[in-house]
Design a protein around this ligand. Structure first.
Ligand code: GLA
Length: 389
């Protein structure tokens, strides 16, 4: 059991007395609906059975002592619950600190410090939301240990607030929502304009979800993520002059084609096109899945990738190679980049009997072209956060 090892590390570092609790929060993969969540569109992510384990205990003073088994070289990092302020620092403790700060901003003061040991089995920086996983995990720990009256949906919103204001990344709600609200065997069809959602069972008979990790690291903060968001906002302001809408997610493809010339800048027009078409694709994909039409779902995944490559321009040679090689493999139902892009992972639906061939063929072609290896994970859809012990 992984958590028992994390607990053992906690006891070794911080002693075994007192009320020590063990928690887990998942990572997430988005099946379709990329870069739509800050455009008032739909997304279709699911929580994974891989994620972040956390062992925590309250302290009598105001100190915070944090340790991550993923960054052992950093040792124990000490700070305080007092004077936490939104600022850019380089280490991972910004995520738990940001959540403690965010609870305070929302009127829930954390009144004492804590010791916390984390271990994540999500590859860091892979686009499977290791950071949102730490955020939701920390929120869940605070809720449980300090008795704050918050729902899991609140934890998602607090996580996003912290990421936006403390960590300076203008992310949408998808990652934190998928993690906080995850349900085994289901993806979440979420309308990000209203936060209405529906669980959709993912019954892949004779097929698996395979994640291919490019091993090209990305950090959202230094990526072009915020720039894409600004481009969409500029497009919305321009098209909004000719048709009354609240977000790009309000537009059908036909309306977009009719009014797109009001977006003067070509780049912003392409970005908006992706946002509009991707939202409609997501709605169609979920309908296809409900009709047990996995083939159409896969085709829409492929179209999503093309749009992210050509119109949204967030893929890059690594992700394009993984996806284009995947498309060549017999038994692949659909394949696309997932998450913010600019490196990170792809998600593919692969028939059971093609999984080994997929890993072998895509892996070899990737290494030959890119010069280093990709990693492959056959994943399962898991639940949201929980207390394990
Ligand atoms: C990142 C962000 C999400 C979402 C995706 C792209 O994962 O955190 O809010 O915008 O990128 O779909």
């Amino acid at each position: 059991m992984i958590w028992e090892e994390v607990l053992a590390k906690f006891k070794e570092l911080f002693g075994d007395e007192g009320d020590i609790r063990v928690y887990f929060a998942p990572g997430r993969v988005n099946m379709i609906g990329e870069h739509t969540d800050y455009n008032g569109g739909h997304v279709f992510p699911c929580a994974l059975t891989i994620g972040t384990y956390g062992v925590a205990r309250k302290r009598a003073d105001k100190k915070l002592r944090f340790y991550s088994l993923n960054f052992e070289q950093l040792g124990v990092l000490e700070s305080s619950i007092e004077g936490l302020k939104p600022e850019k620092e380089a280490d991972w403790t910004n995520y738990p600190k940001g959540i403690i700060w965010a609870f305070g901003e929302k009127g829930m003061q954390v009144d004492c410090g804590m010791d916390l040991v984390l271990f994540g089995n999500i590859p860091n920086g892979s686009g499977l939301s290791s950071s949102a996983s730490v955020e939701v995990l920390t929120g869940y720990i605070l809720k449980d240990m300090f008795g704050f009256d918050v729902t899991n949906q609140d934890l998602a919103l607090i996580g996003q607030f912290s990421e936006n204001k403390f960590n300076g990344v203008n992310c949408g709600i998808m990652d934190q929502f998928a993690i906080a609200m995850g349900k085994a065997g289901h993806a979440i069809f979420l309308d990000t304009a209203t936060l209405q959602y529906e669980y959709a069972p993912i019954k892949l008979e004779n097929a698996k979800i395979v994640i291919s990790c490019s091993n090209k690291k990305r950090g959202l903060g230094d990526s072009k993520y915020n720039e894409r968001r600004a481009e969409c906002e500029s497009a919305l302001a321009q098209i909004g002059e000719v048709i009354g809408i609240n977000s790009l997610g309000d537009l059908t493809e036909e309306q977009f084609e009719q009014y797109k010339s009001s977006i003067k800048d070509d780049v912003c027009q392409k970005r908006a096109k992706h946002a509009v078409y991707e939202n409609q694709r997501t709605i169609k994909a979920v309908a296809a899945l409900q009709n047990n039409d996995l083939e159409t779902f896969g085709k829409l995944m492929n179209e999503s990738h093309v749009s992210l490559r050509d119109d949204y321009e967030v893929t890059g040679v690594e992700l394009d190679t993984l996806v284009e090689e995947a498309w060549k493999v017999d038994g692949v139902i659909g394949s696309r980049m997932t998450g913010a892009g600019f490196g990170g992972c792809t998600v593919s639906i692969v028939k059971d009997d093609a999984v080994d061939r997929f890993i072998e063929q895509v892996g070899a072609a990737y290494e030959k072209k890119i010069g280093y290896a990709a990693d492959f994970y056959v994943v399962e859809i898991g639940d949201g956060p929980s207390r394990l012990a």
